[in-house]
Design a protein around this ligand. Structure first.
Ligand code: PMP
Length: 382
């Protein structure tokens, strides 16, 4: 059986989360906003308990957590939802980076079309954005700075702590897309200065289709983000529509587990990374890691296997390992990864690059055997 090595696209749901969700689906009917019966009240209790669990992982008050359908929605709300404030204040400048997920990148481009000025900061060759390159662009007209915490393709950790410290002093709104770091870089996130933060449950072993937007209150006031969709008053109108109770319960459980297990997960992930690197070293293949390993999360490797087409390897090796080349959201198009392009890599080098990502409950022995076989396939493709 093929081993799944695409956790950054979507991590397998934790069985303990599934159990809780099944129980919730079976035993809790009703709408968390129904006030006329206990079915609704009980659903509301589940939702508010999950909100506390999500807030606990981030060490924020639970009133600052808003459930959304995931990071794509959260990112859209933050960026598009600031339009009214921008019109009022005349601040129409956004600073972001070239290595954001499309959910930020495309939304920022949309804002550009709506008359905003957007600066897209390039990373250096290591895949890291330089703090100064972001901060030097910030001026009195800057509405928002939005920076990804961990890039989904390379696993590279961005200097959001340094950026956040400076922006806090300058009172500039700061949004962090923490989709790939939430549940992993727990302490950094708990101590980070930001105003808005987005993430999805399915990257931290929760269900797909649910996520959160954290809007940090300052002096009891929310950041000036307005709804971009209209309907009911759920989530204070920020994300209207019936709250999916079982998804929310599963998400809460996943956050609770992440808080208690992230150190253990990190330790296991490092062991897997060491094993994969050892195997690459012994394979006889020429390879290069894209990104600075010291600045990457220990559950992602983006590697270039010299002379091996990644498309051919993914196809010929798919019975052994499920891997990707570039963000999963764009893997049905053959344009080279824009993240690796932004890092200055040539198209040939990008064509030979694959992303491996793993995490909790990975079958290490199965992985060892199958990765060995994948490397054999790679050698035949050189
Ligand atoms: N941001 C990042 C960094 C991501 O990796 C992803 C998912 N690949 C998203 C945002 C979007 O998440 P979702 O598809 O769950 O909305």
């Amino acid at each position: 059986m093929s081993i799944y090595l695409d956790y950054n696209a979507s991590a397998p749901i934790d069985p303990r989360v599934v159990d809780l969700m099944m129980d919730t689906y079976r035993n809790n009917i009703g709408n968390a906003d129904s006030r006329t019966h206990d079915f609704g009240n009980n659903a509301r209790i589940i939702v508010e308990n999950a909100r506390k669990q999500v807030a606990g992982l981030l060490s924020v008050p639970s009133e600052d957590v808003f459930f959304t359908s995931g990071a794509t929605e959260s990112n859209n709300i933050v960026i598009q939802g600031l339009r009214e404030y921008a019109e009022k204040t005349g601040k129409k400048h956004i600073v972001t980076t070239k290595i954001e997920h499309k959910a930020v990148l495309e939304t920022a481009k949309h804002m550009e079309r709506m008359g905003f000025k957007v600066d897209f900061v390039s990373p250096v060759q290591s895949g890291r954005i330089q703090t100064e390159d972001v901060l030097s662009l910030v001026d009195d007209d800057t509405l928002l700075v939005s920076v990804i915490h961990v890039n989904n393709e390379t696993g590279s950790i961005q200097p959001v702590s340094e950026i956040g410290c400076d922006l806090e002093k300058r009172k500039v709104l700061f949004h962090v897309d923490a989709t790939q770091s939430c549940g992993k870089l727990v302490e950094e996130l708990q101590n980070l200065n930001y105003n808005m933060l987005s993430f999805s449950s399915h990257k931290l072993y929760g269900p797909q289709g649910i996520g959160a937007l954290v809007l940090k209150r300052k002096n009891y006031t929310l950041p000036p983000v307005k709804p971009i969709m209209f309907g009911g008053q759920q989530e204070h109108g920020i994300s209207p529509g019936t709250i999916p109770v079982a998804l929310v319960a599963g998400f809460g459980k996943a956050c609770e587990l992440a808080l208690s297990e992230y150190k253990n997960d990190e330790c296991n992930n490092l062991k897997v990374r060491d094993m994969l690197i050892n195997m690459l070293n012994q394979s006889g293949l020429q390879y290069k890691i894209n990104g600075e390993i010291e600045n990457c999360i220990p559950s992602t490797l983006n590697v270039q296997l010299e002379g091996v087409s990644s498309e051919a390897l993914m196809l010929s090796g798919k019975e052994y390992c499920g891997i990707s080349n570039g963000s999963a959201c764009t893997s049905n198009s053959y344009s080279p990864s824009y993240v690796l392009v932004a890092m200055g890599m040539s198209e040939d080098d990008i064509d030979q690059s694959i992303r491996l990502s793993w995490g909790r409950n990975v079958d290490v022995e199965g992985l060892r055997n199958n990765f060995e076989k994948l490397l054999e396939v790679a050698k035949e493709l050189v």
